[in-house]
Design a protein around this ligand. Structure first.
Ligand SMILES: Nc1ncnc2c1ncn2[C@@H]1O[C@H](COP(=O)(O)OP(=O)(O)O)[C@@H](O)[C@H]1O
Ligand SMILES: [Mg+2]
Length: 271
């Protein structure tokens, strides 16, 4: 059975899309079958794949709900899916209306994505399904959480990130308490855009790491990603770090292969 892994943080600009994109290609490089799902209405991940998004995951989700199917144009998985080294289900602007669209349905609104993945046997067809989430804790992200086995949290160490993380842990335990599905495990935090020369940031990072350990136990924090010009360059060329050859990129490749290794190890422990 494949594993569903979401990249989540309610803050924007922390590296969710960057990490999801490159981690997906790292997993593919290791021979896994990987599907990326873009769940952000801003469709940044979709742009990185240079995928048009006339038909996107929104239509698929809406079509997967019996009560809504009649009201919308039909959409088929095979015509929405973009195939490549990593397959993609693209996002589109319409996703921002998802909350409203499903507001009146009788089926559980937080399980739409989970049921869609199950109905299409996606966990049989892929080893890993990587979900890039919008910077909220709204219904789309709740859907991602309910569909996920594991969660990776990229964050920027600053004054506010600790509060944000605590709020996020609370949302997970709320999901557990609802008792409908088991909340996924947060198995990795990735400090990103860290400037080790700034003392304040070092202090903030240590404090955050300490409190993550207290909450979740040891071994759940990846070594920090620094601010890397190479990443900006590769993203603006809509390429993963594995498309380049210089020394700078071999370091970045090592880092993302390291993230992939964490994902593989975690999934072996959770068969
Ligand atoms: N380690 C890094 N070094 C340099 N730039 C980065 C790094 N991580 C992310 N970025 C840049 O920061 C911006 C925000 O990253 P992104 O992945 O889009 O965040 P999010 O998806 O959380 O909003 C992007 O423009 C990206 O190119
Ligand atoms: Mg993003």
């Amino acid at each position: 059975m494949g594993k569903v892994i979401s990249f989540i943080n309610q803050k924007g600009g922390v590296g969710k899309t960057t990490m999801a994109f490159n981690a997906a290609f790292a997993l593919a490089k290791n021979g896994h079958r990987v599907l990326a799902i873009d769940l952000d209405p801003q469709a940044n991940l979709t742009l990185l794949f240079q995928a048009g998004n006339e038909l996107n995951i929104y239509q698929l989700l809406v079509n997967s709900i019996k009560e809504l199917k009649m009201l919308h144009a039909p959409a088929m998985l095979s015509s929405v899916m973009k195939r490549g080294t990593v397959d993609l289900l693209p996002a589109g602007q319409e996703l921002s209306g998802f909350d409203l669209t499903v507001a009146s349905i009788n089926a559980p609104r937080q399980l739409v994505l989970k049921r869609f993945i199950e109905a299409n046997g996606l966990k049989d067809r892929y080893d890993f399904i990587i979900i890039d989430c919008p910077p909220t804790l709204g219904l789309l992200v709740i859907n991602a959480l309910c569909a996920s086995d594991g969660v990776i949290v990229p964050f920027r160490p600053d004054d506010f990130s600790l509060k944000g993380l605590e709020h996020f842990y609370q949302v997970l335990s709320d999901i557990d308490e609802m008792g409908i599905v088991r909340a996924p495990e947060i198995f990795l935090h990735v400090p990103n855009l860290v400037d080790l020369r700034r003392k304040q940031e070092n202090d903030d990072l240590s404090k955050i790491m300490e409190s993550i350990e207290k909450e979740l136990g040891p071994g759940k924090i990846f070594s920090p990603f620094l601010n890397k010009a190479g990443l900006v360059k590769s993203l603006s060329g809509r390429k993963s770090v594995f498309d380049f050859k210089s020394q700078e990129f071999s370091e970045l490749q090592e880092k993302f292969l390291g993230v992939a290794k964490k994902i593989e190890e975690w999934s072996h422990e959770h068969i």
